[in-house]
Design a protein around this ligand. Structure first.
Ligand SMILES: Nc1ncnc2c1ncn2[C@@H]1O[C@H](COP(=O)(O)OP(=O)(O)OP(=O)(O)O)[C@@H](O)[C@H]1O
Length: 308
């Protein structure tokens, strides 16, 4: 069953088309990456899913229903613009959000205390949010999003502002929610998180879908690249588009960097070498990173990307 469906959704702000005829669906139980550079339309899309703003045209279904209050008890949301009541303590903040989601105060408190312990914030449970560091407050806000164990968790740029240790903690939390059966959708312009976490991903640029599928399918968008070590030139072997010398490998052997035709299986090249008696001493396939895929598909690096 589908956790989220967007059907030809467009959102215009005056003359700006922030989201442009976007269609995709997220199967239940998956971790889904929503990727794009600054201004690509990620936040606008997520705001429509949460019924904060309405589409100009198109249809959205969240857990089988139109966006709105009806399904809010099943949702968890971490907005891009963080903001909590500054004069409320960490634990009271979490309890407050749990109550909004229909939890009893005691259940929300018990779950809140567990979350604070997991986030290494037990000592700050009674500290007012305005006395916490930015990263700590962000973890409290994450706790408010997951306190009700939502079946759909939506996180807008959840990694920004967290140090590497807390980024790892957040990755663990996303995996934990998914292991418990939740669907998790998160937006990011940092490809490494998506690479580690996502079952599927959507890549948008200027509001429009540029790619949707699994990580393997994303990688297959790029022509395969490999390095082989041979005595003869591999140029002319089936599927080889270009071969350049990468250096001598001793005793008459040479390392070659090869680019193959898009969609070719490098295994076929290995087979062809064996069939032709083409002597090989090394054969190494290079998996493209999601960053490479992004640049290939969008034509530029995601603006604002930082190396994780
Ligand atoms: N309320 C608004 N009024 C006018 N234009 C808007 C509004 N909200 C967003 N936009 C425009 O819509 C486009 C998409 O913005 P959006 O915030 O959805 O991008 P994003 O992918 O979330 O970017 P970022 O990674 O920078 O947060 C941008 O051109 C932005 O300026």
């Amino acid at each position: 069953m589908t956790a989220l469906l967007l059907d030809h959704v467009t959102k215009r702000f005056g003359s700006v088309t922030a989201v442009d005829d976007l269609s995709f669906s997220v199967p239940r139980g998956q971790v889904y990456g929503f990727l794009g550079g600054n201004g690509a339309g990620k936040t606008t899309s997520l705001r429509m899913v949460l019924d904060i703003i309405r589409p100009t045209s198109g249809r959205i279904e969240v857990l089988g229903k139109a966006p709105g209050r009806e399904n809010s008890a099943d949702l968890g949301f971490l907005p891009e613009e963080r903001g909590l009541y500054k004069t409320m303590s960490a634990i009271d903040t979490i309890v407050y959000f749990g109550r909004l989601k229909g939890m009893t105060a005691s259940d929300a408190r018990a779950e809140g205390e567990k979350l604070l312990a997991r986030f290494d914030l037990s000592d700050f449970a009674k500290t007012n949010v305005d006395k916490l560091s930015k990263g700590m407050a962000q973890k409290v806000q994450l706790a408010t999003a997951v306190v009700n164990k939502p079946s759909l968790l939506i996180l807008d740029e959840p990694f920004s502002g967290l140090d590497p240790v807390n980024q790892g903690l957040l990755e663990d939390e996303i995996r934990r929610a998914a292991d418990d059966g939740a669907t998790v959708i998160f937006s990011t312009h940092v490809m490494q998180h998506a690479e580690r976490l996502c079952d599927r991903l959507l890549l948008i640029a200027k509001g429009a879908k540029r790619f949707e599928g699994t990580l393997e399918e994303a990688r297959a968008e790029l022509p395969p690249r490999l390095t082989i070590v041979s005595r003869e030139t591999p140029a002319g072997l089936p599927g080889v588009v270009s071969a350049s010398e990468a250096g001598a490998a001793g005793e008459g052997w040479t390392a070659w960097s090869i680019e193959m035709e898009q969609g070719r299986d490098p295994g076929d090249l290995l087979e062809a070498c064996t069939a032709r008696g083409f002597a090989l001493r090394g054969f190494e396939q290079h998996k493209p990173s999601l960053h490479d895929v992004f640049i290939h598909i969008v034509g530029a690096a995601p603006v604002g990307e930082v190396k994780a």
